[in-house]
Design a protein around this ligand. Structure first.
Ligand code: F6R
Length: 612
């Protein structure tokens, strides 16, 4: 996820672009850059590592760059760590093509090799540079104009992209193209704008054109023309934006948390895209190999908070599928326990920020003991990402709400992929099962969207129980791991005292807390355990609990026990966490809203916990 702004008009472009980028900083903030042109003069490019402020200061708030046409970018790294070299805009060798990009090009390696065969060299680690040079390649090869060259590149690129590009020989034009990444166009009397999101251009216009998937736009000074991938002109009707500036920043949602809950299908889709190629799991640049997988004797998953809950769910998947022993450890405990580590262990550290002090210390402890480490990390170039021997990135983009949602969901995907790969390489599943499981993972984004479609029922339920004082989440197996995360969401944003309990443990103590009206959520997504958990639900009901059941479609007998039931689509039971967590995130969110709390910034909590 990155922020893009383009301007082509009569005013000075750089200050307008900086102002627009500032509104998009929530989309990325590890580096930024501007490319400005003044008529037919050479295009000037300035980039900076760090927050946008660094670029603003470097360019004297944009005043140091003269020209009324330009593009700007604020980056959230996916390929290549945050650095000035990797920052956008990127440029072809003779500065014929200059562009910025948001998205993930899945076949970047194949395209890079193709361009290398034609003597192209690369200065950065980004997939964007490859896209820009591919456009340049087609322009030179076929001697055609920008729309044709972009369209040819689009037919070769797999993955998602929003591209905004300038060409040396077309000084008064900006070109845009998109597939599965957002990009809008705004037009005023004497200017045109391109942006990843509405807030960047709201000051200038409320009429925006949503460029369709696989479409191209040519922006003049106050004009916009649109083309499809076959280079035929297409008409797009403008839409009027009715949100105020604050709502626009959150995509029309009331809070970042609910926006991020809705971004989960995309985060999961992008993460799957980076892990699966041609129906197989790929190691990418992680350095993991079949040999390492074969030689692993035990996996230790170390993390904090929600990332630890990903580990708990992953343990069932790894052990069930790959039959390899897995220990899941709280990083804050692990580091002080003098843990027993063996030479062939693999320590997996899961962290959104990549900076959590306890997780980082646990990683260092493992490394000092000579144990191989692997990070599942969202922030490219973060401390854990830099120090781990192997890294798999979650492609969730920046998470603004303190309570994690989309990063958690993306972490689960990496964990599933690793578990499937371990199972396959170690001969625990055959090729058919391997292929079927990968295919099933790819259905998750659409199924998550179906769960989100049902959110009004949970909103209603949350409003009804907004005065709840105590809550219990119960489940067995993977459902217990789901309960742990559901309960944490409830506590941290709604301030409702809540406990997650292994359903079979209730009668060993906790059930004495259940009284008339106590809210209990029974999670029953695992067929083998359905009847067992249901009888635990009956036990709490007979002591007066009010019961919410959470299961998959088809298990309608739960209605004999539960007072209110939420269903999610069926999937392989190992992947149920990805679907069942969404209603619980929504429950925590809507309860917090109903109680009038600060959802995005709950009291006493910070997004990145860099102290012990
Ligand atoms: C809960 C939450 C925290 C984090 C934990 C680890 O919603 O966000 O529990 O999961 O602080 O943070 P990272 O993943 O950055 O290491």
């Amino acid at each position: 996820m990155c922020g893009i702004v383009g301007y082509n008009g009569t005013m000075q472009a750089a200050p307008i672009l900086l102002e627009g980028l500032e509104k998009l900083e929530y989309r990325g903030y590890d580096s930024s850059g501007l490319a400005i042109r003044d008529g037919a003069k050479d295009i000037e490019i300035v980039k900076a590592k760090g927050r946008l402020r660094v670029l603003a200061e470097k360019t004297d708030e944009g005043m140091a760059l003269a020209g009324n046409c330009g593009i700007g970018h604020t980056r959230w790294a996916t390929h290549g760590e945050p650095s000035e070299t990797n920052a956008h805009p990127h440029v072809s060798e003779d500065r014929n093509v200059v562009g910025v990009h948001n998205g993930i090009i899945e076949n970047y390696q194949e395209l890079k090799e193709k361009l290398q065969r034609h003597d192209y060299t690369f200065y950065s680690e980004t997939d964007t540079e490859i896209a820009i040079k591919l456009i340049d390649y087609y322009m030179k090869k076929y001697r055609e104009g920008p729309v044709d060259s972009i369209a040819r590149a689009m037919t070769r690129i797999r993955g998602s992209y929003a591209l905004v590009v300038m060409f040396k020989d077309y000084p008064d034009e900006i070109y845009c193209a998109r597939k599965d990444s957002p990009l809008i166009v705004g037009v005023t009397e004497d200017a045109s704008f391109a942006a990843s999101d509405v807030p960047a251009i709201l000051k200038y216009t409320r009429n925006v054109y949503y460029i369709g998937n696989q479409q191209i736009a040519r922006l003049g000074k106050g004009t916009a023309e649109f083309f499809d991938i076959d280079r035929e002109a297409v008409e797009i009707e403008p839409s009027e934006i009715k949100w105020d500036a604050e709502a626009a920043e959150k995509g029309g949602f009331e809070h970042f948390m609910i926006k991020e809950i809705h971004e989960q299908p995309a985060a999961v889709r992008d993460t799957i895209g980076s892990l699966v190629q041609d129906g197989k799991i790929v190691y990418g640049e992680s350095g993991l190999t079949d040999e390492i997988i074969r030689n692993t004797s035990e996996i230790l998953i170390v993390a904090c908070g929600s990332a630890y809950h990903v580990g708990l769910a992953a343990q069932y998947v790894f052990e069930g599928l790959a039959r390899i022993p897995v220990r899941v450890e709280l990083a804050s405990e692990f580091r002080y326990r003098n843990p027993i580590l063996n030479q062939n262990d693999l320590v997996v550290v899961i962290s959104q920020s990549g900076e959590t002090a306890d997780s980082l210390a646990a990683l260092r402890l493992a490394k000092e003991s000579g144990i191989r480490t692997l990070g599942i990390i969202n922030v490219v170039g973060s401390s854990i990402a830099r120090e781990a021997d192997h890294v798999f990135y979650t492609l969730a983009g920046p998470e603004i709400a303190v309570a994690t949602t989309k990063a958690y969901s993306a972490q689960l995907i990496v964990a599933y992929a690793l578990a499937i790969q371990y199972a396959y390489v170690r001969g625990q599943i055959d090729e058919d099962r391997y292929t079927a499981m990968i295919a099933e993972i790819q259905t998750l984004p659409a199924k998550m969207e179906r769960v989100l479609d049902d959110k009004e029922r949970i909103q209603w339920f949350a409003a009804k129980y907004s005065n709840a004082k105590d809550m219990f989440f119960i489940g067995r197996g993977i459902d217990y791991a789901i309960s742990m995360e559901g309960s944490l969401k409830m506590k941290e944003i709604s301030y409702v005292h809540s406990e997650a309990y292994a359903a079979g443990e209730l009668k060993h103590g906790t059930i004495s807390l259940v009284e008339n009206g106590t809210l209990v959520v029974g999670v029953c997504t695992q067929n083998r355990l359905f009847e067992k958990t249901r009888s635990n639900m009956v036990e709490v009901k007979s002591r007066g609990a009010y019961l919410m059941g959470l299961t998959s479609y088809g298990n309608y007998s739960i209605e004999d026990t539960a007072d209110f039931t939420v269903y999610v689509p069926k999937t392989d039971e190992y992947f149920m966490t990805s679907l069942a967590i969404i209603p619980l995130q929504l429950l925590g969110y809507y309860l917090s809203v109903a109680r009038g709390l600060n959802v995005d910034k709950p009291r006493n909590l910070a997004k990145s916990v860099t102290v012990e």
